[in-house]
Design a binder for this molecule. Sequence first.
Ligand code: ADP
Length: 230
Amino acid sequence: MNALVLLEDVTKVYGSQPALDGVSLAIEPGESVAVMGPSGSGKSTLLNLIAGLDLATAGTVRLDDQDVGRLNETRRARLRRRSVGLVFQFFNLLDNLSALDNIAVAAELAGAGRADSVRRADELLDRLGLADKRSAFPSRLSGGERQRVAVARAIVNDPPLLLADEPTGALDSHSGEQVLDLLRELNRGGRTLILVTHDQRLAEACAERHVHLADGRLTADRRLDRAVAL
Ligand code: ADP
């Protein structure tokens, strides 16, 4: 099976110190991977490179059988919209759009028509228990609801890969567990999950493989027998 994500000897330098230093990593379709490490170890840089939001200084990043570094910006954006769903700690919803439109616009940006985008957004709101919030603006939603809208937005184009950066970091424990359940369910449904987290418990609950970074280097890569329940 081809890897969905393949990094070969990837280095990213911003100033003088490398943020990532010779990282090689292959992630197969359907895996759940937690990326762990202290602040400043390169976790966000790794996510940004995988998503094609940033480019490696050296080495190769392949996503969904495409060499990200060889694509121009337009084609990289297209690959990202089709292949990656992004979930951030602070949701990154558009404040002036309703819950429905936050989701539908992501489908429209990927080329879907308005009617189809609204239909897909409504289906996801329904599935995530947010049907009654379709017209609500983010400021009227709880943190957990905002993050579920953000997850809906991330999957509206049915990407094979979900990248989540501390997705429960800003949530209370109950809302955090709801979001975790959702991510686990999506992974069990076949979607590949890469989760950046400081939280060992979260990593154990959600990911069967744990990758550790320190100072931009991969220091551990281990597979658990199975993820345990929280
Ligand atoms: P983590 O997500 O593990 O906290 P980061 O990937 O954000 O780590 O950062 C790794 C290193 O790269 C840090 O030293 C950070 O200061 C540096 N860095 C990250 N992004 C940038 C940037 N855009 N410009 C300059 N330095 C950066």
